[in-house]
Structures are given as C-alpha cells and as structure tokens.
Design a binder for this molecule. Structure first.
Ligand code: A3P
Length: 334
C-alpha cells in the first residue's frame, strides 16, 4: 500500500500565528538559552517551549485542534522512545490493511507516518486540514498533560504515554541536538546542559512534571491513558504489543497469535530493523533533521558512558526527591 493512502493531507506552509497579542505574550514569558545554543526556551504554562515557532504552533494547536473519539494520541518527552511507539501503534492499527512485509513502515519514516502535532502540523499551518487523515488518526505530541487541548482530555480519544529513565533521556537528547542546525552557534556542553536539565530547563521540561502529569492521569483514568516505560518495553516487547493492542480495542486473534503476527510486528519495529532501512538511514525530515538522528544506540544504561559518578549521584537524589511518594520508579540499566 502506498504511503499516500495512509497520509493524505494538504498543508500550506508559511501561515503563522502573528500579531501583537503573541509578541506581548513572548515578551512576558521567562526565557533561557536552549541546549542547541541557537534558540530560546520560553516558560509557558509551566513548561519550557523549545522555540518561538514551537510556541506559536502550540498555541494554534490548543486553540484549534478538535479531537475525534477514535483519535490515538502518542505522548512523550522527547527522546523517550516515541519513534518506537509510533512504529508499533501504526503497525497494530493498520495490520489488517496490508501484508506486514509490504507495510509503509518499510519505506516511510515513523515520524512521517505519525506526525508530531506541534512540529509537523501546526508549525506548517495555523489551521492544518486534518480531516483527510485516515481514521483512526494516530498523532503524537510532547505537550504536558495539563496543557493538552480540552477536546483531547475530555473526549473519548485515547492517549498512550511513553517515558524513559531521565539519565538515558537526557543523554539521548543531548546527542540528538548535535544533529540539528545550529546557525553557527556552539551547542551547550554536556555539563552546561546537565545543569539546566537538573533545574528542569529543557524542551517540554521539567522532566518530573511531564512524567507525573501523565502518570497521575493514567492512574485516574486507565481506560483513557496507558502509561509505558521504555525500559519495560525493552524487557518484554511482546507483552507491551499485546497490551497496546488491547488498550486500542484491537486485540490479536488466536489465529494471529498462531501465525506469529505479534512477533513479526516486534521484529519490524525493532531498533535494528528500523535503523537499517534506507529511508531511516538516508532520509530527512521537512526541517532538515536526518531521519538517522532518531536511531542512535537504542539501549538502556548508555548514560553510564557519558555521566560522571558525581552527576549520576546528583540526578539520582533529585529524581528520588521528585518521585519519592508517587510510586513511580525507573530502571537505570538492563
Ligand atoms: P538513544 O539516543 O539512547 O539511542 P524518540 O523516538 O523519543 O526521539 O527517542 C529516541 C531514542 O529512542 C533514541 O535513543 C533511539 O535510538 C531510540 N529508539 C529509536 N527507535 C527505537 C526502537 N525501535 N527500539 C528501541 N529504541 C529506539
């Protein structure tokens, strides 16, 4: 099946949320230098927006997005395993539409199959045409739970959140930013970035508020919000594929079980398979980011190769303090 059959939508690039109102808001918001060194972070509704353009897009998203009951929203902090979740959700939802070995996932990047609402939709147009997206619409976002548009929180649409231990998430994001265009500005060093991360100053952070918001929502409304951890997925992906399919109301049949469909989806969505596909090796995102930047090591515990024992101890204490009473813990190694 052609990717166009899955992803038909027309966008007009260039329309932007403009005007005095936005400029006034911008001036009023606290700012910090971003970790890529070339843009500012803006503290908006208690979280750090990674650029002025992203803030515009988020405001348009909040104002104009209308959720449908069948929507599936994949939510995450950047570098928590979003690409993996996108691939899995796409394969589970579309498994009856075409043979697995002819899936668009083999020729199209997961980022394109499952657009990120603030970057891929509302940054290109204030009111993108989302009506032509195939049903159910699978979309992703990095916005914290509290700031999601009311229609997402109040409708029957489903949300799947993936989180990752903050050590690996921080290290992964630091590497990712090295791939982004820097306009001749030196990106922040690992030490500088780490200091900001520990203050909660990073894209869509603070980390602990982001995770806690979705964690609480998943406890209060387990039928609406499914909470995954990257490390748990690494430990038992078959269990998580089944769980995701059941949550979406698309459980695997006995026949699919016998045919090995779940194992095949796991294999096609694995780090090793996706990383080696032509499209993910050589393709680029609309804004120039190479698709390969979304596939680095795909491991639990790589942080130990980058953070000093002192940094690790400092972050460990911080995280224990932030999550202590919540019952939420993180696996740091495999
Ligand atoms: P590393 O930088 O630690 O390798 P996101 O998709 O949220 O941007 O997160 C990217 C991180 O997930 C990267 O981590 C990337 O290598 C890893 N990743 C991407 N695809 C994966 C997959 N199919 N399975 C496991 N990890 C994956």
């Amino acid at each position: 099946m052609e990717k166009a059959d899955f992803f038909k939508s027309s966008f007009s690039i260039g329309e932007e949320e403009k005007g005095d109102e936005f400029q006034e808001l911008l001036l009023a918001l606290p700012q910090q230098r971003n970790r890529n060194g070339s843009t500012s972070l803006y503290l908006y509704q208690g979280f750090w927006c990674p650029s002025e353009a992203t803030l515009k897009a988020i405001i348009s998203f909040q104002r104009h997005f209308q959720a449908q009951e069948t929507d599936l929203i994949l939510a995450s902090s950047p570098k928590s395993g979003t690409t993996w979740l996108k691939a899995l959700a796409f394969m589970i939802v579309n498994r009856a539409r075409c043979a697995l070995n002819e899936s668009p996932l083999l020729t199209t990047s997961p980022q394109e199959l499952v657009p990120t609402i603030e970057f891929d939709l509302y940054m290109r147009s204030q009111c993108p045409n989302l009506e032509d997206l195939p049903c159910p619409r699978i979309l992703s976002t990095h916005i914290p739970f509290a700031s999601l548009p009311g229609s997402i929180k109040d409708s029957k649409c489903r949300i799947v959140y993936v989180c990752r231990n903050p050590f690996d998430q921080f290290v992964s994001y630091w590497h990712f930013l090295l791939h982004l265009p820097h306009e001749n500005v030196e990106p922040l060093s690992l030490d500088e970035s780490f200091e900001l991360f520990c203050k909660g100053v990073h894209a869509f952070g603070p980390f602990w508020d982001h995770v806690s918001g979705f964690w609480k929502a998943s406890l209060e409304r387990p039928d609406k919000v499914l909470f995954f951890k990257y490390e748990d997925m690494k430990a038992d992906i078959i269990f998580h594929i089944k769980r995701l399919a059941e949550f979406l109301g698309l459980p695997f049949s006995e026949e699919e079980g016998k045919k090995g469909v779940i194992e095949e989806i796991s294999r096609l969505c694995s780090f090793e398979t996706l990383k080696d596909l032509e499209v993910n090796k050589y393709g680029k995102q609309v804004y120039g980011t190479p698709n390969s930047a979304f596939f680095r090591k795909g491991k639990v515990g790589d942080w130990a190769n980058h953070l000093t024992p002192a940094m690790a101890e400092c972050l460990k204490k911080l995280i224990e303090g932030k999550f202590g009473a919540s019952g939420l813990t993180f696996e740091m190694s495999c």
